[in-house]
Ligand binder design. Sequence first.
Ligand SMILES: [Zn+2]
Length: 100
Amino acid sequence: MPDLTACAECSTFQGSMWFLPEQGRIVCGSCSPRHPIQNCYQISINVLSAMRHILYSEFEKCFSFTMSDEGLSQLVVYTENYMHTQLGRGFKTLDFYNKL
Ligand SMILES: [Zn+2]
C-alpha cells in the first residue's frame, strides 16, 4: 500500500505533490527535484484526496466519492500505473476492459 499521508522527505501534507509509483510514496514540489522525474506524476489535490480516501477510509466507503471526469481519468492512470509497477505485470482482463 502506498504511503500518501505526506511528503516522504519533509512531511508536508498539502500543496503541489508528486506521486512516485515505484516507491509508493509522494514528495512535495520543493523535494521533487531530488528524485528522477521518470515514472512519476504531478498529482492534483483532488486526485490526491481521492487516493487518500480510497486508502484510508473504511472499506465499505472507499469508493464513496465524486469527482470530475478529468480527475477520474487521472486517478485511473496513476492507480493502474502503481499496480503495474508494483506487481510487475499487467492483466489481460484489464487490457480487454480498457479497449471497450
Ligand atoms: Zn517535501
